[in-house]
Design a protein around this ligand. Structure first.
Ligand code: CA
Length: 224
């Protein structure tokens, strides 16, 4: 279990880190929102403890951006003020729990533990077609035992295809689901990305999984 603690007050951050480490968690810490986003983008944390008051980009803004990027990492928000408005705002922004300062470390640990249990439950969302797997929580893709590196857009495309195996995925539907377009931009965007994805998931493997349905779109399935 790996926790990210985002808090600029060094003393508080250090207390939280020690308390969580004592309970057996691995803890990374950073002191501002930009570093938090960078860390969350590269490491699959089980929980983020996120202070609202941060220099530069504040905790609520970090949280909103994480959710916009599709991250489902459980977030425990910390707030110095503990006002009702802020609590509501935090929960609306996608926080899973909220703890006003000052708090007891034992309570913080208990809440983090509760969130890691929830994170463990959502972790089982593994999509599978033949030996191709995609973890929708960590965004990790594998073909057999080989890890496949995907960009954010390639991930969304593969997730869309893997959610309807054996079914036709039309170009327009792909533009809508993967690019949020509700119009046809009249480019070969989808075909270009499918080609890139095919290079990654099919080129070095058998059987081929990503099939072209001529004139209509694409289909992910085990047999042609
Ligand atoms: Ca702070």
């Amino acid at each position: 279990m790996r926790i990210l603690v985002v808090e600029d007050e060094k003393k508080t951050a250090s207390f939280i880190r020690k308390a969580l480490q004592t309970e057996g968690f691995a803890v990374d810490a950073c002191g501002n929102g930009e570093d938090a986003l960078a860390a969350a983008g590269t490491t699959p944390f089980d929980v983020i403890v996120l202070d609202i008051m941060l220099p530069g980009r504040d905790g609520l803004s970090v949280l909103r951006l994480l959710r916009e990027l599709g991250s489902k990492i459980p977030v425990l928000l910390l707030s110095a003020r503990g006002e009702v408005n802020e609590r509501v705002e935090g929960l609306n922004a996608g926080a899973d729990d909220y703890l006003p300062k000052p708090f007891e470390l034992a309570e913080l640990v208990a809440r983090v533990r509760a969130l890691t249990r929830r994170s463990g439950e959502t972790k089982s969302t593994l999509l599978r077609v033949a030996d191709l797997t995609l973890d929708t929580l960590t965004h990790k893709a594998q073909r057999g035992t080989s890890t496949i590196e995907l960009t954010a857009r390639e991930y969304r495309l593969l997730e869309h295809l893997m959610r309807s195996p054996g079914r036709l995925c039309g170009r327009m539907m792909i533009l809508e689901k993967v690019w949020d377009y509700d119009f046809d931009p009249g480019t070969n965007l989808v075909d270009v990305y499918v080609r890139r994805l095919r290079e990654k998931i099919d080129a070095d493997f058998e059987p081929k999984l990503l099939h072209t349905v001529r004139g209509a779109g694409y289909m992910l399935k085990e047999t042609p």
